[in-house]
Ligand binder design. Sequence first.
Ligand code: PEP
Ligand code: MG
Length: 785
Amino acid sequence: MADVAEIVSRSHDLDETLNNVVELVAKRLDTDVCSIYLVAADMRNLILRATIGLDREAVEKVELPFGEGLVGLAAQRREPVVVEHASEHPRYRYFPETGEERYESLMAVPLIVRGVTVGVLAVQTRVPRNFDAREVEAFQTCAQLIAPVVINAQLLALVGETEDERAQRDAQLESSGLRLPAVPPKRPERNVEFSGNSTSRGVAIGPIFLLGNPLDLEHLDYTPSPTVAEEESDLLAAIQDARRDLDGTRDELGDQFGPEFAAVFHTHIQILEDKGFVSKLSSEVRRTADALEALRNVLAAYRKTFERIEDPYFRDRAIDVEDVGRRVMEKLLGVRFQVTALTEGSIVVADNILPGHFASLEMDKVAAIVSEHGGPTSHGAIFARTLEIPAITGVVGIQAAARAGELAIVDGGEGKIYLSPDEALIAEYERARTRYTVAIEHLDALRDRPAETRDGRRIALTANVGLLSDLRLVEQHGAEGIGLFRTELLAIAHRGFPEEEEQERLYERVARAMAPRPVTIRTLDIGGDKDIANLGIGEEENPQLGCRSIRLSLAHEGVFRTQLRALIRASTAGNVRLLLPMISSLDELRTAREMIDETKEQLVGEGIRIDPGMQVGIMIEVPAAALTADVLARECDFFSIGTNDLTQYTLAVDRGNEHVAHLYDPLHPAVLALIDQSVRAAARAGISVSLCGEMVNNPLAVPILVGLGISELSGAPSAVPLVKEIVHALDSGLVAADVREAREVGTAREVRRIAGRRLRDAGLLEHPDIGSWLRPTVEAALADE
Ligand code: PEP
Ligand code: MG
């Protein structure tokens, strides 16, 4: 990490970045040669772009297709190629212009960003050297850390491109699947209630703080210095100042959240250090004699370039450039963000949730964050979740509608914000908030008590998580393990697929932190509404029915096998179970299991210790799986029922479509029938069954799920205490009878009534902590009784 920071600090354009990388790697690994090959615009060839040790004249001249030579082989296989006597290798290809005949041993690893190979990093030595596993691993880690820095430098170089170069670049972006122009968002009518993406759970009531933009560069009142020379030197000083601040911010955030979060500031620093950025600013300020205008013009040029890219990863870089531009202006004006106006318990309304906000705002005064743009996958959103600050993103029109100081309610879990709410709504949310906080505090105090029905049936209450930062919540709320670890969130947080070592480290940390409690880690479930990766699937008419989840993994074997290796390697660190998502046929299960077995054998062959008995389970979330549960149960170790998708696919209701949201109901008798069938099949086969859909968090679902015979419920960490109290009040015989009745009725409303009755009759409405909390839900269920 420190080395990467050093490279970023010393690099001012693409060439310098690459040269610094090769120099540093050669030094660290003590090799005679280190070279970087980058993928050419055609995405089929590699071009030598930087080297230390080979003849520098060969830079930009040596070009080799994927698969050719040992370097090309690393790019093609997407894995390291390590050879002690390179010239004896059948794939060796000699490039006379490089003078590489002097070198005997070679180690090459691909540079991969978000699943796309962007180049190869290679080292060579004169004296034959047998690179050991530790060195290969170190080299891979190095490549992994460096790859984003390289891609950022390439991206910054984009802005200075000529039209020809741009056309070539567009072709490159297109062939790599990064699609061009996005459709502008529709503006809904102005309304009191606004919706967006639920980004971080929780309720907040407080005054609006408009983080509009004191630094809205379009409307800033600014008077330049009297001379051009002064204006330029002020601007350059502001850049230096901003740079120093960023260093401090990066260190602070690194200490607080860990280096993976601080890494985002490398991008910011890289921009400020970029020669192109600084020289463009300088020449603009000399032309306009006005630093603000210069900054506006340069930012506009960057924005124009970045906005043409649809891919969110690259679009986010545009946000980074804007953020950096504002920082510079802020320094020039000698002001900070509007920190002084922020009052206790404020709801911050911003254009975007930016990582910089967490450093520039007094976060202890921020009760919630709502942003007009962005989504739950941005770094800012991840910070908000880490800090348990309720947040909503993508709330179109909120900035124009919200007034500074106006009262608002934010319901992060529902993704809703209410401006100027009436007394009744405030009272309702205040009650809900207080009930929630007090109850959770009380219940958390009982975290070590196991969940058991009155008659002694044990129910394991585990948690669904997706980020390392969530582990704290698992402990806080007393979950008995992790019932679902959604690995795709790691990919989102990392803006790409982490490489094997990095994945392994993460899974291992989770397993170790939870041990001996179980951790069920699910393989990537990407696609559908979780479209994060540039895997070249292109636009799909019906992404929920398309190439998502296990289908995508099986279609992209390399990514899948990497994850399997990481997961199996991490399995020795604790009690790990592997979960395959969205299985819809026995063939799919068999193919995946074969790959798992092959991976295990491969690892054993490499002398790596594994847990041979690691359980492999499947998600039951497609009706086809529930209907063939008997055959599937014979070939896997456990079921995990995913009712979020099972409901969507059974009822033909897109889980993300607000127009049919009223039809989406996991308590629909058809969904219950499929759960029932799956549980019975699991019982016949003698395998365990858990349920990890969002319905676990719904109090009315709990008696039904317990009555169905499910022995593990996995929900949001914060729901664990509530579910536990409900379980304590239930009698397994009575809830089994409820289920028999529920299986006879025809509507979800009737199922809810049966469940509501059970919660009431179990005395839960009188429960000191959760009684008042449950009452509205139970009363609504019993309304027409
Ligand atoms: C589900 O479908 O119920 C589930 C738990 O998986 P996800 O919500 O991640 O699709
Ligand atoms: Mg699912």
